[in-house]
Structures are given as structure tokens and as C-alpha cells.
Design a binder for this molecule. Structure first.
Ligand SMILES: NC(=O)c1ccc[n+]([C@@H]2O[C@H](COP(=O)([O-])OP(=O)(O)OC[C@H]3O[C@@H](n4cnc5c(N)ncnc54)[C@H](O)[C@@H]3O)[C@@H](O)[C@H]2O)c1
Length: 324
């Protein structure tokens, strides 16, 4: 695998081949079905909102992968495990380090090869933001609830740490032909690159995904790994209330689809040249397949920002390796 370099945007209007996912093992956090389902005759009937995690899990299983699903929703997780032979549910709060250590250990045990190839750090929440909200005249400000940071940022940092730990353990610390492709997927949002009023915590956590990716993308090739971001536009799930989504619809905003996010995941995982890129799950208004490479992560050639970036890596060049 070549070292990182800036590329032109990844073509997304192409058919997705899934051969690189078959027989691989993936972890998806926040991956239970966030919908209700019941048996009608021999068929399962789904109702309610489907989470994005579910779409990633279903697409990976359909492509022949083994999937370990980490979530706090035990009831749905267990039902999911029963439905698919190649799925395992682990009760895990991603903001808890010990839970995630157990998750990765369980994934290694469940994996037929004993390896973890892909990790999708999908678990995330959106709450009313106490950093933003005003307590009212005459009241003292209270320490804000920062649970969004705990789950979306700290939890994802734990996932990133453990993913790279296992990738390095499996592949070694120096590029070699025997290494197998591995990939970490971080989940951004429109809030990872747009102005979203009244949500400083959520925006901080989603912009942070790009910070993690920018920091890792130059050195992942040592252990034949990659790191990319999927940033969904509005997708009807349980992350916001029904009223909030109804409002989005009322003001004329088109939705994106969870199934397109899943295809975007397969597009990335099946192309080992894709590293350090951000994909926007845009809906069909902006792209024919419902997702696109936003081309926002490179520094244009001969620009001022590119020359500043070059000076930045002089003090910590990629050539110094993984451990300095
Ligand atoms: N739906 C959207 O419009 C949208 C847009 C942009 C980004 N996203 C991002 O996509 C990801 C998935 O969101 P979704 O829309 O499917 O939401 P969702 O609420 O439908 O599903 C989230 C899942 O994560 C799980 N989860 C939450 N906290 C957890 C924790 N601490 N540990 C383990 N599991 C936990 C929940 O149980 C649930 O199964 C999130 O990172 C979210 O920020 C969603």
C-alpha cells in the first residue's frame, strides 16, 4: 500500500463491487436495529425508523462479512444476533473504555480468521445542547451536561485507539506484502463541515472526526490501514424526534437514505486506494448514487494552506514511523 497523498475526488457514480468485504470481520458500533419488527407468517415486518448502523450491518452481512454489533440496546441486539448466523451482539456503551476493550476481544474470538478488518465508529447521539442554552435571567449558569462529547468524541477516540491497536497487532508496524487491508470509518455529519446553529457540542464532535482522520491518515499505511469519514445529511432515524424531522420536511429539505450510506460504506471498503477522504451521504438531489466525495480534505496545490501544511509536517514527518 502506498503512503498517503492527496488525490482527486473518489468517483462515486460507479457500481460497487463487494468482493473485498466477503469473509472479512467488521465491528459496527451503534449498530442495532433501531426499529421495531414482528413476525407475520414467515416474514419479519419492520416498522419505525431504521438506524444508519442497521443499514451498515445489513450491507456488510449481505456482502458476506461477519459483523460484531456493539450497542446499548440489549433487547434489539439479541434479536439481531438470532436473525443472522454471522452477526454477534455485544452489549457495549462506547463511552466506557472497559466495554470497548471487551467488545474488541469478543470480536477477535468471533472472527473466523481471528482478525478484525473493518471498524465503523457509528454510535452517536444528538441532545439539546446545554453549552448553548441560556438558563434565564437571574439564574446562575450550571455545569453543562457533556454526554454528547462522551459518546460522540471520547467513545470514538476509544474505538479509534482499539481499532489501530488490533490493525497494528495483526499487520505489524512496517509495510509488507503479507499485510491485509484494514479500514477505520468515522461518522461525521453535515455538522462536520457546515454551520449548524444551537449545537456547539454536536458540531465540535463531528468536526473532530475530521481532526482524527487528518491526524491518522498519513501514518496508517505502515500497518496497511486506511481511515475515512462518512458524513450523512438528514436521514430519518431515531437520532432526532419525529417532530424535528417533520419540521425538516416541512421547510422543504430533501432527506438522504440509510441504504445510500450503506452503499457508500461498501464503496470505501472495497477500494483499498481510498484513504483520508470524506464522503457526504447527500441524497439524490446532489448526486446520482446518493453519496459523493466532498473533496474538502486536501490542500490545493501551490496554495498558501498547502505551504503551511508542508512546514507543519517538517517537525513531525511521516517518515519517523509510528512510535516516536
Ligand atoms: N440520522 C441523521 O440524520 C444523521 C445525520 C448525520 C450524522 N448522523 C450520525 O450517524 C450515526 C448514527 O445515527 P442514527 O441516525 O442512526 O441514530 P439512531 O439514534 O437511530 O441510532 C444510534 C444507535 O447508536 C446507539 N448508541 C447511542 N449511544 C451509544 C453508546 N454510548 N454506546 C453504544 N451504542 C450507542 C443507539 O442505541 C442506536 O442503536 C451517529 O453518529 C450520528 O451522529 C446521523
Amino acid at each position: 500500500m502506498a503512503s498517503f497523498r492527496y488525490t482527486s475526488p473518489v468517483k462515486c457514480d460507479v457500481d460497487v463491487n463487494t468482493s473485498m468485504v466477503k469473509d472479512k470481520t467488521a465491528i459496527v458500533t451503534g449498530g442495532t436495529f433501531s426499529c421495531d419488527f414482528r413476525l407475520q407468517g414467515p416474514r419479519l415486518i419492520y416498522s419505525g425508523a431504521n438506524g444508519l448502523g442497521e443499514a451498515y450491518v445489513r450491507a456488510l452481512l449481505a456482502a458476506g462479512a461477519t459483523v460484531v454489533i456493539a450497542d446499548r440496546d440489549v433487547e434489539r441486539g439479541r434479536r439481531l444476533e438470532e436473525e443472522f448466523k454471522k452477526a454477534k451482539f455485544v452489549n457495549c456503551d462506547t463511552s466506557n473504555w472497559d466495554d470497548q476493550v471487551r467488545l474488541f476481544r469478543d470480536a477477535v474470538s468471533f472472527s473466523q480468521s481471528g482478525k478484525i478488518h473493518f471498524v465503523v465508529a457509528n454510535a452517536g447521539i444528538h441532545r439539546k445542547d446545554e453549552v448553548f442554552s441560556y438558563v434565564g435571567d437571574g439564574n446562575e449558569p450550571k455545569k453543562p451536561d457533556l454526554t454528547t462529547i462522551d459518546v460522540n468524541l471520547i467513545g470514538t477516540l476509544y474505538t479509534s485507539k482499539l481499532a489501530s491497536h488490533y490493525f497494528i497487532k495483526q499487520n505489524g508496524q512496517k509495510p509488507s506484502p503479507s499485510q491485509e487491508d484494514t479500514c477505520l470509518i468515522l461518522i461525521g455529519s453535515g455538522a462536520a463541515f457546515l454551520d449548524c446553529p444551537r449545537a456547539p457540542q454536536y458540531c465540535a464532535t463531528k468536526w473532530a472526526m475530521r481532526g482524527i482522520m487528518h491526524s491518522l491518515r498519513g501514518t496508517t499505511f505502515y500497518y496497511r490501514s486506511r481511515v475515512n469519514i462518512i458524513s450523512p445529511w438528514y436521514v430519518k432515524t431515531n437520532i432526532l424526534s419525529e417532530e424535528a424531522f417533520a419540521h425538516v420536511k416541512r421547510v422543504g429539505v430533501d432527506f438522504a437514505e440509510a441504504s445510500d450510506a450503506a452503499q457508500c460504506l461498501l464503496r470505501i471498503l472495497n477500494d483499498s486506494t481510498v484513504n483520508g477522504r470524506s464522503f457526504f451521504v447527500s441524497g439524490r438531489k446532489w448526486s446520482s448514487r446518493g453519496y459523493m466525495d466532498l473533496d474538502i480534505e486536501d490542500y490545493p496545490e501551490d496554495s498558501l494552506i498547502e505551504s503551511i501544511q508542508k512546514d507543519q509536517v517538517k517537525s513531525a514527518p511521516v517518515e519517523m514511523g509510528l512510535f516516536i
